[in-house]
Design a protein around this ligand. Structure first.
Ligand SMILES: NC(=O)c1ccc[n+]([C@@H]2O[C@H](COP(=O)([O-])OP(=O)(O)OC[C@H]3O[C@@H](n4cnc5c(N)ncnc54)[C@H](OP(=O)(O)O)[C@@H]3O)[C@@H](O)[C@H]2O)c1
Length: 300
């Protein structure tokens, strides 16, 4: 049964996903409370998974049964999760689980943002039930939280995302990095063999709201059904911006990463698309929106 009136707590509302979700909730006029760790964005409350308990930071009237908490907070840098393994595990696993338990104890629904990095990336086109075999520490963190929620919280929703992109040239994401390289006449460097489902961050935000309204439970893939080799996406992006792409593709071994990246992480989102009657934005539309915003800011 759809419930359009739920209160939202966005944990990690300063990030790409959480920030976009928080802005969408504000635009929709939904009661929303957002947290951040580093206190960069005005209007959000400080909450650091390292040190804080949620009940000490959020108004108890807000933190009560019927609310939805979307856990977007995470250490997301793949190599950092490996280099600072113990500290990152405390944040991404131990204290994320503690947060989820604190929420469940108050009758709050948890939406946990997970990742296609729970898969090993050998096969691609993963459905929800495919076996998870993460090959990097970050993926193992996500798997551990998923396992906890699946075992302990039948109300929880796990939304797995693949590569998130945005159409806002003023924010830091894959397309802004590529645009900088193109504008500087530099080649776009890509990891060979990577195939992903680039998903517009605005779609992720809409997907979270829709899933909460429908009170979905269990695991869903919220990812664009389109999928691209990284080089191919870069090429199409450059053409959409009216530039001639120069792409350099190198094997992963050339990048000196601290932890390996799974190669084919694209997700089968059929279950979510059907359950939520959801349409994802195509990359052609996303490129068009990026270009329009770029042109609008240049003419100001
Ligand atoms: N972006 C992608 O392509 C992608 C793909 C798949 C899955 N995901 C998942 O989606 C979620 C959001 O990702 P994102 O791209 O929005 O990441 P992001 O931009 O790096 O944002 C991360 C958020 O986590 C918060 N955070 C970090 N450390 C924290 C701590 N110790 N305590 C409390 N909050 C902390 C950050 O707060 P501060 O800004 O205050 O530090 C920020 O709000 C993550 O779970 C990520 O794993 C992302």
């Amino acid at each position: 049964m759809a419930d359009p009136g739920r209160r939202f707590l966005v944990v990690g509302a300063s990030g790409l996903v959480g920030g976009t979700l928080f802005s969408l909730l504000e635009r929709l006029g939904r009661p929303a409370f957002g947290t951040q760790a580093a206190m960069r964005r005005p209007g959000l409350t400080g909450f650091d998974l390292k040190d804080d308990r949620i009940a000490d930071k959020v108004d108890p009237a807000f933190l009560s049964a019927g609310a939805v908490a979307v856990i977007c907070a995470s250490i997301c840098q793949i190599d950092r999760c490996r280099r600072e393994r113990d500290a990152a595990r405390v944040v991404n696993v131990g204290h994320t689980i503690r947060l989820a338990d604190d929420l469940r104890a108050r009758g709050i629904k948890t939406v946990f943002i997970s990742s296609g990095y729970v898969f090993d990336g050998a096969r691609g086109y993963y459905a929800e039930e495919h076996p998870r075999r993460p090959i990097c520490e970050y993926g193992r963190h996500k798997q551990a939280v998923e396992d906890h929620l699946l075992a302990r919280d039948p109300e929880a929703l796990i939304l797995r995302l693949d590569k998130v992109v945005a159409d806002d040239p003023a924010r830091e994401h894959l397309f802004t990095e590529w645009h900088r390289w193109l504008a500087a006449g530099k080649p776009i460097t890509c990891i060979q063999g990577q195939v992903f489902s680039p998903t517009l961050v605005g779609d992720v935000a809409r997907a979270v709201v829709r899933a909460a309204e429908l009170d979905l439970k269990g695991v869903y893939h919220a990812a664009n059904p389109e999928f691209f080799a990284r080089e191919e996406l870069a090429r199409q992006f450059a053409w959409a911006l009216g530039r001639e792409p120069v792409i350099v593709s190198r094997p992963q071994s050339d990048f000196a990463f601290d932890d390996p990246r799974p190669e084919k992480t694209y997700l089968d989102a059929t279950k979510f698309v059907k359950a939520a009657d959801f349409r994802f934005t195509s990359m052609r539309e996303a490129f068009g929106a990026f270009r329009a915003r770029l042109e609008a800011s240049a003419s100001r």
